[in-house]
Design a protein around this ligand. Structure first.
Ligand code: NDP
Length: 253
């Protein structure tokens, strides 16, 4: 049995930011396995080449810092010239710093906001300039369960991810009329390098399992189905939404 044609994204070109490892790499693999031409992004060219070698199909790399406006503009222009027009953009690059708010340094605040929020504006705007010209495109912003809820020590990250949810809706309002559909995907607690200290903290790890209706941490593969849906024609009339893939955690007290 073949998949329903509404889910067919064969031959599309997709850029996934922050895809040298973790969630971004798993999402890029999912897109590649669905028949997309994939462009991997991160700051380290050698690491990207290594990641690309492990993926099936046509995979390219574009090393640039998503917080650097001119580098973003040059990186997207160069990627389109080399690979072709982008059909799908996944704004996934992100980082976390955990500290009590009273001790949070100015520089760290800016790093968290720049990497998790401003990056989506910079890369999204650059891609959307081209997508709106062509009249079609899909953008998926990787939000977080912390777009909805917050714990002590993580306020700047939650502020960035909460704002990313609203940016997603705003992008949809601005670009939807020009054929570009924008949505968010909100992972719950997923085992990656970013969450390694939390996974290794047995007490916290058990708390996650206990608070998640699905009773476990998520894997990067858990997120692939949601992304493929949002990137496909099946989601053409879905706009400005965040699909939480969190084992149910944001829904329960
Ligand atoms: P990782 O730390 O494992 O990976 C982060 C990726 O982002 C790396 O590929 C890194 O590449 C890239 N990156 C970081 N900063 C930049 C930058 N300035 N420019 C370009 N690339 C950059 O994180 P995860 O895979 O866990 O997280 C991915 C996304 O999912 C993030 O947005 C995160 O907030 C979100 N998320 C994660 C959750 C989790 O439980 N893991 C839960 C909810 C949301 P390099 O360092 O080589 O540049």
């Amino acid at each position: 049995m073949t998949a329903h044609p509404l889910f067919d994204i064969t031959g599309r070109t997709a850029l996934v930011t922050g895809s040298s490892r973790g969630i971004g790499l798993a999402l890029a693999r999912g897109l590649a396995e669905a028949g997309c031409r994939v462009v991997l992004n991160g700051r380290d060219g050698a690491r990207l080449a290594e990641a690309a070698a492990g993926l099936p199909g046509e995979v390219h790399t574009a090393a640039f810092d998503v917080t650097d406006g001119p580098a973003v503009a040059a990186g997207i222009a160069e990627a389109e010239e080399r690979v072709g027009p982008l059909d799908i953009l996944v704004n996934n690059a992100g980082m976390q710093l955990r500290a009590p708010l009273l001790e949070f340094a100015d520089d760290d605040w800016h790093r968290v906001l720049d990497t998790n929020l401003t990056s989506a504006f910079l890369v999204g705007r650059e891609a959307a300039r081209r997508m709106t010209e062509r009249g079609h495109g899909k953008i998926v912003n990787i939000c977080s369960l912390q777009s909805e809820v917050v714990r002590p020590g993580i306020a700047p990250y939650a502020a960035a991810k909460g704002a990313l949810k609203m940016l997603t809706k705003g992008m949809c309002a601005d670009w939807g009329p020009r054929g570009v559909q924008v949505n968010g995907l909100g992972p719950g607690y997923i085992e990656t390098e970013l969450t390694r200290p939390l996974v290794d903290d047995e007490e916290f790890s058990a708390w996650v399992r206990g608070r998640t209706p699905a009773g476990r941490w998520g894997t990067t593969e858990d997120l692939v189905g949601g992304l493929l849906f949002l990137a496909s024609p099946a989601a053409d009339f879905v706009g400005g939404q965040v699909l939480y893939v969190d084992g149910g955690m944001t829904s329960v007290l």
